[in-house]
Design a binder for this molecule. Structure first.
Ligand code: BMP
Length: 224
């Protein structure tokens, strides 16, 4: 499965940084060449695919598949039969993993026979994401029960990163966005117990993306 690829890239690049590609990205391939040695994964969001198109996204995945762990971030939430079809199509495009919601339940039924890693959303980074709070332990239980490889927990919510380690041990990887532009410093989520930091605009919109990725990777690695 793709998770071995993620571990291999993590060790060889000595980095725990996933780059988020969303929008306004000038010269994507130039940026990828600059950050290639310091970024282990690419998280591709809907704005990217809707503006770049499916076929150029597919080409990007094909060309860079050895270099990065590819995560589709469409934040899916549907009945299991539809979700299963969505995930199969995502897998066919060439993604290694997909981010989905957990609150709708039935996730394990959507994953039967699937060759794609699943990352569930347990706590978002923005301050208004308060409705996750009362559900948090249940969402972690759903992630474990369904066989997800990991969960998304915002870097601004370090208490929930620690709580996940307490209730799920190391059975889930923790992917943490909200670093840089959204306010959390590089390395801070990993210090709190996260496995990967997801960073977008601080790198993609920087005048020196390579240097920014290097700083983020070093902060994450030395805090890990
Ligand atoms: P940026 O570093 O530019 O703020 O990007 C963060 C990325 O992480 C975006 O792709 C966003 O969709 C995603 N994200 C987030 O910021 N908070 C969450 O709770 C969940 C996310 O997927």
């Amino acid at each position: 499965m793709g998770i071995d690829k993620l571990h291999r890239l993590t060790n060889s690049k000595r980095s725990r940084i996933i780059l988020a590609l969303d929008f306004n990205i000038p010269r994507t391939e130039d940026i990828l060449s600059l950050v290639e040695n310091k970024v282990v994964g690419l998280k591709i969001g809907l704005p990217f695919i809707l503006s770049e198109g499916l076929s150029s996204t597919k080409n990007l995945l094909e060309k860079w598949s050895e270099k990065f762990y590819f995560i589709a971030d469409f934040k899916l939430a549907d009945i299991p039969e539809i979700m299963a079809e969505e995930l199969k199509l995502i897998s066919d495009i060439g993604f290694d993993a997909a981010i989905i919601h957990l609150f709708q339940g039935g996730v394990s039924r959507a994953l039967t026979g699937l060759r794609l890693d699943i990352i569930g959303i347990a706590m978002m980074s923005h301050p208004e994401s308060i409705r996750f709070e009362p559900l948090f332990d249940d969402l972690i239980a759903e992630a474990v029960f369904s066989g997800a490889v990991g969960v998304v927990i915002g870097a601004s919510k370090t208490g929930y990163i620690r709580r996940t380690r307490k209730i799920a041990g190391r059975s889930l990887l923790i992917f943490s966005p909200g670093i840089g532009v959204q306010g959390a410093p590089y390395g801070s989520a990993i210090s709190a117990g996260a496995d990967y930091e997801i960073i977008g605009r601080s790198i993609t919109l920087s005048s020196n993306p390579g240097e920014e990725a290097r700083k983020a990777a070093e902060a994450g690695w030395s805090n890990g």
